[in-house]
Design a protein around this ligand. Sequence first.
Ligand SMILES: [Zn+2]
Length: 110
Amino acid sequence: MTASLPPDLARLQTLELYLDLQLKAVRERITALAPATLAPPVTNWRLQSIRSAPGALAVLHTEHCHVIAWAQPSLPRLNDNEARLALDETGVESCGGCAPERALRQAPSR
Ligand SMILES: [Zn+2]
């Protein structure tokens, strides 16, 4: 696999950006097409600040996301409306692990 990768940093970064965009598009399509799950509704959300990632400043998670299990007690807790507002902010992205936008669509607007 690595033998087919470009040898220089500039092209690797371009490839990384392309793959990020493709992955995001695939996840959005999956979210749009996936049937509603029977999982209990998410009632709280967690906002994880990202200091080292270029672009994203924060990532929104569902309350019980495995990605943030190690840090969950220290992360700010948001309600449904706060989570929706956060996702509309520039620099806030959805977690690829828990797909909070999917659960937010099922949450009632208040
Ligand atoms: Zn998550």
